[in-house]
Design a protein around this ligand. Sequence first.
Ligand code: SF4
Length: 180
Amino acid sequence: MNATSPSPRKLRVATVSLAGCFGCHMSLLDIDERLFDLVERVEFDRSPLTDIKTVGAVEPCDIGLVEGGLCNAENVEVLRAFRARCTVLVAVGACAITGGLPALRNHLDVGDVMQSVYGRVPDDPELPLPLNRVLPIHEVVRIDHALPGCPPPADAFWQLLQDLMAGRTPVPAPGLIRYD
Ligand code: SF4
């Protein structure tokens, strides 16, 4: 590239943890020194890494990475905003793909669970309404890709991002597909 060539546009990436444990985000950070390469090529939008609160408020995002399933009405609202503002949406990790560990409560009554955990059913109007079942995100919005694992390994994140940044359909290498 010569001195007058414009720099290629950085892809805009948003990430969120819904009903997740942030373990998938920690695994993304485990790409370690490759983070320097990543920030040369992407701009982070809403993400725990930026503290931006509204996805795509400045401009639409190219890629949305969603960790966690849906356990309450706020999760649904945030997920719908991600779908509306991200061209490519990726379900990241077992919780986003299947509901994961939080979905273990699905065979119980949600009121009984609240009573057992908090000693009462919390009724503060500022609290988001819990869903009767914890849902995988594909039950509410269309997803474009899924990255399995609990969490997906850092190398799987890196491969996914490399593929998407290059405009390729991501196909995880067999050794990077995890179901644990
Ligand atoms: Fe945490 Fe595993 Fe769920 Fe990721 S898939 S949010 S690491 S429990």
